[in-house]
Design a protein around this ligand. Structure first.
Ligand code: GDP
Length: 280
């Protein structure tokens, strides 16, 4: 993404009709450690890709993976295509550039360029640095006796979590319309990290105990012996996105998109997969 010559060659060789830009430094926490790499890939990289398309095959259709992190300190709830942006991390700021340069190339050059503002989407293949997979992988390891406890940061953060399989279908639908546009893709439900963990441990068949700042007084009184989930301030972020909740109304209406996998099934699938991996 940082080498426009390679991207031009990729377009020349492939003669692609559709380009989906899912390339990114996509982990929010890392973006404070590597803000410039994040900017090169997630912001300037989008211009590189758009230029390669414009130079080689301007009729190709382009999908840009934008993100709910652009809403950050959310200005309205639920967040829609019209909600003002307020990113809270170098990642969110870089992605906002990628979003606007996509809009700008559409308007400047009449390119078929769409930006999908996707809320958190997870799957069995999610990287273990993200909280969902970190939780389900740990639940499986704890169940197998390979790990004693799980350390997390902000348990109160709320996210609108869907399954990637549904969300990839929305990307594909965006490139099959008469006119290019931008869409929020979300479930319309929000859950805390605490709720995700509670459900994952339930599916893994582990009785959960909380320890540290994240639990209330009654839970602290009851906690004894083995501690399963601990709050570790090292996992808190310099600036947090406390709550995200997206409205899929436009995507449902214009694209005919509907998510098929709900929150419970998402958690269950991830836990089941991690249990199978550790048993295997
Ligand atoms: P993000 O929404 O793209 O930042 O996805 P993440 O899965 O990395 O984080 C989702 C939320 O979980 C954020 O609000 C984090 O602060 C919160 N969180 C709490 N504990 C952890 C943890 O141990 N790891 C990660 N990655 N996130 C955590």
């Amino acid at each position: 993404m940082t080498d426009v010559v390679s991207l031009i060659a990729a377009m020349e060789i492939s003669q692609a009709d559709e380009v989906y830009n899912l390339a990114a430094q996509s982990f929010v926490a890392t973006s404070w450690e590597q803000p410039l790499t994040t900017t090169d890939i997630d912001a300037a990289g989008v211009t590189n890709m758009l230029e390669a398309i414009r130079i080689v095959k301007p009729g190709a259709r382009f999908y840009q993976a934008s993100t709910s992190e652009m809403f950050g300190l959310a200005q309205t709830t639920p967040q829609t295509e019209k909600t003002p942006f307020y990113p809270r991390s170098p990642y969110g700021v870089a992605k906002l550039y990628g979003h606007w340069i996509t809009v700008n190339y559409r308007e400047s050059y009449n390119m078929y360029a769409c930006s999908g503002i996707l809320f958190n989407h997870e799957s069995e293949r999610r990287g273990k640095e993200f909280v969902t997979r970190k939780i389900t992988a740990a639940a499986a390891r704890i169940k197998a006796g390979a790990q004693r406890c799980l350390e997390l940061g902000n348990l109160d953060a709320k996210r609108d979590w869907g399954h990637s399989k549904d969300y990839v279908r929305a990307m594909w639908l965006m490139l099959r319309q008469d006119t290019p546009d931008d869409y929020v893709v979300a479930t319309g439900e929000t859950r805390t990290v605490r709720e995700f963990a509670a459900l994952a441990f339930k599916y893994a068949g582990i009785e959960l105990e909380w320890s540290g700042a994240g639990m209330d007084e009654s839970a602290r009184d009851k906690a004894s012996g083995e501690t399963v989930v601990k709050v570790n301030p090292a996992f808190f972020r310099p600036a947090e996105v406390e709550m995200l909740l997206g409205s899929p109304v436009k995507a449902e209406r214009n694209l005919g998109w509907k998510r098929e996998i709900g929150f419970e099934e998402l958690v269950e699938r991830m836990v089941r997969n991690d249990l199978a991996l550790i048993r295997g």
